[in-house]
Design a protein around this ligand. Structure first.
Ligand SMILES: Cc1cc2nc3c(=O)[nH]c(=O)nc-3n(C[C@H](O)[C@H](O)[C@H](O)COP(=O)(O)O)c2cc1C
Length: 388
C-alpha cells in the first residue's frame, strides 16, 4: 500500500526520510524493541573470520553512509550491517539527481559518488552510539572508499588513514575498489595497485596486533575483505585472488553495481538506463552469482565470500549460498521489498536447509557445486537456480 506513495516521490528524498525515521528508531530503545518484535529474524548462526553472526543476511554498503541507524538494522532482523562507504576526506558526492528507480525491472541506477561525512566524523558518530549503548548486537562492517580529491597514486594512504581512525569501530572492513562512481576507482582492482593498498592496511593491522600482544592480550588482526565489480573478467578476478594469501585477505564481497545495462529497454526504463552510474537489483542477480561461483571454485571453497546483488527473497539468497557465499547482503531488495526482508529471507533459508536435511550452515555453502558434480553437470556454469 505504501510503496506507490513512496515511489511517486524523488528516490533520494525518500531515502533521506527513511533513514531519518530509522535514526529515530535507533535512538529510542522502546521503538527498537517494537520494531524487533515485528521484524526480528529467526536464529541461523554463522561463524566466519572469527566473528559470530546471528544470521547470514546482512545490510549492504551504501544504505547507511552516515551511520544514522546502526541499532535499527539489528531490530530489522539483519545478521550484520556494513556501514559507509566512508572516505578519508568528507565529500558531498555527485550533483543531484543521482539515484533513479527502474521500477518495472526492480532495479536502481545510482551515481551517488561516495557522499559521506569523512572518516574522522564517522568515528565520532560511532563513538557516540557506542557510549550511548546503541551499538547493535551483531557484527558491524565498515566500507572504505577513496576520496575523490586523492590521486590514484596516493590511494593506499587515503584508505589506510580511514582504516587507522575507524578500525576500533569495525568488526571487519571492506576495501571498495569497485564503485563505478568515483573516476578511475575501478583501476585500483588492478593487481599491483590493490596490492599496495592491502599492504598499507595490513601493516597497520599487524602493528596493532603486535601492540595488543605486548600488552598481554591475544593479538587479533581485523578481517579485511575486498569488494569486486561484476564487470571484471574471470582472468582479472583470478589476479585479485592471487593476493588473498600474501595479503591475508579474510574474504571477497561479490559484487558491487554494474555499468552494464539489460538489453532492449524502452520508455521509462530506457531513460533510467541511459543515466550514468551503477545498476543494482534484479538484473544484477545472475551475473553476481556467476562471480560468487567462480571465486568459490577457484579458491576451492576456502575463501569466505559475501554474496550481494539482486537478492529479493530466500530463493535469491539460497542461490548465492549454493554458489559459495557464506553470508549474503541486500540493498535494492530492501528498497523494493521493505522492512520484512531480512526476517523472511532467514526463515526461507532455514526452511530450505530443513528440506535438504542440512543441519550445518557450512554444508549449505557451495552446495550447488557439490550437487552439480554429483549429477555430472558442466563445471563452468553457475549452480542452477533453485526455485523457492
Ligand atoms: C544508492 C547506492 C549506494 C551504494 N553505495 C555503496 C558504497 O558506498 N560502497 C559500496 O561498496 N557499495 C555501494 N553500493 C552497492 C551495494 O552495496 C551493492 O553491492 C549493490 O547495490 C548490489 O546489491 P543489490 O542488488 O542488493 O542492491 C551502493 C548501492 C546503491 C544502490
Amino acid at each position: 500500500m505504501i510503496r506507490p506513495v513512496l515511489f511517486a516521490q524523488d528516490s533520494e528524498r525518500v531515502h533521506v526520510r527513511a533513514l531519518r525515521a530509522l535514526g529515530f528508531v535507533n535512538r529510542h530503545p522502546l521503538l527498537r524493541r517494537a520494531v524487533a518484535a515485528v521484524c526480528a529474524a529467526a536464529e541461523l548462526p554463522v561463524e566466519l573470520f572469527g566473528l559470530k553472526f546471528p544470521n547470514p543476511m546482512g545490510l549492504a554498503a551504501g544504505m547507511d553512509k552516515f551511520a544514522q541507524a546502526v541499532g535499527a538494522w539489528e531490530a530489522l532482523g539483519f545478521g550484520f550491517s556494513e556501514l559507509g562507504g566512508v572516505t578519508w576526506h568528507p565529500q558531498p558526492g555527485n550533483p543531484c539527481p543521482r539515484l533513479f528507480r527502474a521500477v518495472a525491472d526492480e532495479a536502481l541506477v545510482n551515481r551517488m559518488g561516495f557522499n559521506n561525512p569523512g572518516a574522522a566524523a564517522m568515528a565520532e558518530i560511532l563513538e557516540r552510539w557506542r557510549r550511548l549503548g546503541r551499538w547493535p548486537n551483531h557484527p558491524v562492517g565498515i566500507n572504505l572508499g577513496k576520496s575523490k580529491i586523492t590521486a590514484l597514486e596516493d590511494a593506499a594512504e587515503d584508505y589506510s588513514n580511514s582504516f587507522r581512525i575507524l578500525r576500533s569501530y569495525g568488526d571487519f572492513f571492506v576495501v571498495n575498489v569497485s564503485s563505478p562512481n568515483t573516476p578511475n576507482l575501478r583501476r585500483l582492482q588492478d593487481k599491483a595497485a590493490l596490492d599496495e593498498i592491502l599492504r598499507a592496511l595490513q601493516e597497520q593491522n599487524s602493528a596493532r596486533a603486535s601492540a595488543a600482544g605486548t600488552l598481554g592480550d591475544a593479538p587479533k588482526a581485523t578481517p579485511i575483505l575486498v569488494k569486486v565489480a561484476p564487470d571484471l573478467s574471470f582472468e582479472a578476478l583470478d589476479e585479485i585472488l592471487e593476493l588473498c594469501a600474501s595479503r591475508e585477505l579474510a574474504g571477497i564481497v561479490a559484487t558491487n553495481t554494474t555499468v552494464e545495462r539489460p538489453p532492449a529497454a524502452a520508455g521509462r526504463l530506457k531513460e533510467v538506463y541511459a543515466q550514468a552510474g551503477g545498476l543494482s537489483g534484479r538484473p544484477l542477480r545472475a551475473r553476481s552469482t556467476q562471480i560468487v561461483s567462480h571465486i568459490y571454485r577457484q579458491s576451492r571453497g576456502r575463501l569466505p565470500i559475501i554474496g550481494v546483488g539482486g537478492i529479493f527473497n530466500a530463493a535469491d539468497a539460497w542461490e548465492k549460498v549454493a554458489a559459495g557465499a557464506s553470508l549474503v547482503q541486500a540493498y535494492t531488495g530492501f528498497i523494493y521489498e521493505g522492512p520484512a526482508l531480512a526476517g523472511e529471507i532467514v526463515a526461507g533459508l532455514r526452511r530450505r536447509m530443513d528440506e535438504k536435511g542440512l543441519t550445518h550452515w557450512r554444508d549449505a555453502v557451495g552446495s550447488g557445486h557439490r550437487e552439480q558434480s554429483e549429477t555430472g553437470n558442466g563445471k563452468n556454469r553457475a549452480p542452477a537456480r533453485v526455485a523457492e
